[in-house]
Design a protein around this ligand. Sequence first.
Ligand code: HEC
Ligand code: HEC
Length: 291
Amino acid sequence: MAHDNPWPNEGNTGHIWDEDIRELDNPPPLWWMLAYYAGFVMIIFYVLYYPALPGPTSHTAGLAGWTQVKEYHEDFKVLTDWRSEKFAVQEQALTSKSVEEILADKNLVNYAVATSKALFGDYCAGCHGSGGMGNVGYPILADDDWLYGGDVNALYQTLVNGRVGNMPGYGAMLSEQQVSDAADFVIAMSNGKADDAAVAAGRDVYNTIGCAGCHMPDGSGMAALGAAKLNDKVWRFSGDKAEVMKTIKHGVNAVGDKNTRPALMPAFAERLGDKEVKRLAIYVHSLGGGQ
Ligand code: HEC
Ligand code: HEC
């Protein structure tokens, strides 16, 4: 900083760096001051116009009565109005047609599938996994293996009324050895080895104790009861021997047995209404395993 000021008359503050860089004492330019005051005006406008000042229980509402949530609802209504106008024909068809009639109309199927995904995510994916890929204890919907049948009417009935599979527990009736033999037979059956001599004892249990009455002699299952197919490699619960023994001992939804396997598919007719149930039946049918 220099002591003598080589520019005494230009109104500098006397602060000089690098010999000639001076700090001047000019007023700010007019445009800058106007912008500065305009800023205050904007602040006052915003505080009055929009919700702004917090209070003990609420906040100032603002002259416009605007809220983000209100704007969201208004925009959403515009969208749903537009949708229900644009797709009125399809929605009407979903209401009036049966699931079989819907299935016969390829455009309608595409529409139902496209509009089901959020619904499935909200009401079904929690149990059946996203895209119906299944969860422990909950059947996979995206394959071709069905407890209650995979034709669109069976799927519709499953959704309307719900399903509660029922298998009694045999823990009290059979010895540990018999349960073990039956499990060996069931596992052999799933591997296509039902006729092996090694599982003769289990086959005997299976055919005499009543298993075949629900699961059929060849293990092909019975859709009317939801009795799982046992002659394929798809397991509803598990193909692990200890788990198969557990199923045989404690059954499924067996009353009074706290170790039984719970299996409850809730009914959706009342919760969602018929149109949405049809939409979902078509969607599940499309997941890859529809028959
Ligand atoms: C609380 C859990 C739960 C929810 C939520 C649920 N399900 Fe299920 N669902 C099950 C169970 C458990 C079964 C198997 C029932 C049985 O074993 O008897 C099942 C069975 C089914 C079946 C029959 C599968 C077959 O192999 O025959 C279909 C189809 C199905 N669910 C579709 C749906 C759809 C679509 C939704 C959504 C609207 C849904 N489920 C919601 C638990 C659930
Ligand atoms: C009253 C009919 C009924 C009888 C009798 C019955 N089951 Fe079942 N069983 C079912 C039903 C229904 C299911 C499927 C339950 C579900 O998923 O909701 C099932 C499931 C099973 C499973 C599970 C299959 C899997 O994929 O995880 C096995 C194993 C099984 N049964 C074996 C047997 C054996 C062995 C016997 C005889 C000792 C037997 N069941 C008797 C109805 C029956």
